[in-house]
Design a protein around this ligand. Sequence first.
Ligand SMILES: *[C@@H]1O[C@H](CO)[C@@H](O)[C@H](O)[C@H]1NC(C)=O
Ligand SMILES: *[C@@H]1O[C@H](CO)[C@@H](O)[C@H](O)[C@H]1NC(C)=O
Ligand SMILES: *[C@@H]1O[C@H](CO)[C@@H](O)[C@H](O)[C@H]1NC(C)=O
Ligand SMILES: *[C@@H]1O[C@H](CO)[C@@H](O)[C@H](O)[C@H]1NC(C)=O
Length: 479
Amino acid sequence: MKSFTIKGCAIFVLFTLYLGVWCNGEAEIVAAPMEKTEQEALYSAIQGFVGKWWNGSDLYPDPCGWTPIQGVTCDLFDGFWYVTDLNIGPIHDNSLACAPYSEFRPQLFALKHLKSLSFFNCFVSPHHHPIAIPTENWEVFAGNLESLEFRSNPGLIGEIPSTFGDLKKLQSLVLLENGLTGELPSNIGNLMELRRLVLAGNRFTSQIPVSFGGLSKLLILDLSSNSLSGLLPLTFGGLASLLKLDLSSNQLEEKIPTEIGHLKNLTLMDLSNNKFSGWLTKSLQEMCSLEELVLSNNLIGGDLMSIEWPNLNFLTILDLSNIGLSGEIPESIAELKRLRFLGLNDNNLTGGLSPKLADLPSVSALYLNGNNLTGQLKFSEWFYRKMGRRFGAWDNPNLCYPTGLMSTSHVPYGVRPCQQEVTVNGIDLEKKSKLDNGNLNQNSDFISSLGVSSCYIGGLWNFFLVELLVLVLVLNLNL
Ligand SMILES: *[C@@H]1O[C@H](CO)[C@@H](O)[C@H](O)[C@H]1NC(C)=O
Ligand SMILES: *[C@@H]1O[C@H](CO)[C@@H](O)[C@H](O)[C@H]1NC(C)=O
Ligand SMILES: *[C@@H]1O[C@H](CO)[C@@H](O)[C@H](O)[C@H]1NC(C)=O
Ligand SMILES: *[C@@H]1O[C@H](CO)[C@@H](O)[C@H](O)[C@H]1NC(C)=O
């Protein structure tokens, strides 16, 4: 330790308190210094990002001590200050914001004690000033770097350097919403300490490396919103610790591997907006921690009956819309008591609807529209009132709601009222339901569906004429 000259009195008192214990009664007041090389490297690295106007030695003569730089954290090693965290970008009001012509200077790689390095909204001009991540020298951080983040840098282009694979201590690698392209380096799968791997919102292509399946400590894997293609590796069954898996909005295809059932701790799986096919895998029912399962907009196909839904009793969000499902909706889905969102719309589902679905205690959105469901909707008026348009049953041409029980205002949106079976003198006759002011559209749809051109424009008189005509027609047909 070196001696240290102190300018102010307040500082003196603080320092005495701070170091009096530390130095065990040493008479001289001492403080940890910073190596000149470390300090110069810090100033130069930052200046590269924020611009030449920024003169660190003038503005922050003691960057790890009395004149801290926003976004810079230091720690003591063998009595010297070293920079451990460097965050570039406008996170706080007085953070270091980047210049339009920011650059990576080699001095960055002299900060060998860095544990955490992040860039937020720093490289923002993909057209005027695109910049690539340096490919060399990352190995100098191998011993210490635990977190590396590039977030919201549209001007950051090029590929992920394969030298990232040397960062063996890395626990978090976040490359979110940048302009990065190319393949994902397979040696990222060697970073065995990784807990979080987020590569979402770039333009990565090609396949997901098989090696990623070896990241046994991984908790969060987000590769969403890229152009990844090919298969989901079978090795993904090895991601035993995983809590969140988001591969949505890519071009992944073929079967979801049955090994996915090994992910017992997974709470979120989002595979939506891909080209997965090969039917719903039965192993989904083994993922007993799932809270959110989103598979919408794929070509998966299959049958809801093939899955033991009650096994997934933590589910709060189940979105299986537009995935080519056929068959009936199992009543057992009504046992998912925590379900808040159920999306089964835009499939090819058939059969009737169990009124038990209305008993889901937490449900706030239930979409069944765009299927081929049949029969009568037997939910309560209270349910329709509670849900409004968040109960979607429209575009099921063979579905209707019974009218007799219903007051006028709360009926399922876009569903037609049922034709009631009425027996008159032993002859069945179909009688059009009463005029319902809340449902002019449904009524006129009903009329046109009977082959009478829709002439109901607003006049009650016209409606009665049509009504009469319909009755006469129906009577004639039945007799
Ligand atoms: C910062 O300012 C000092 C003194 O004002 C000057 O000697 C030094 O060259 C400047 N450094 C940079 C990088 O501009
Ligand atoms: C799964 O979660 C449980 C409970 O949090 C934990 O004890 C267990 O170690 C986890 N399993 C793995 C493989 O991480
Ligand atoms: C729905 O099923 C019918 C009959 O099996 C079939 O003709 C139709 O193509 C299917 N539609 C979709 C969107 O899968
Ligand atoms: C809907 O189901 C009915 C039978 O319930 C069937 O006759 C009809 O072809 C189906 N429509 C479509 C579009 O699949």
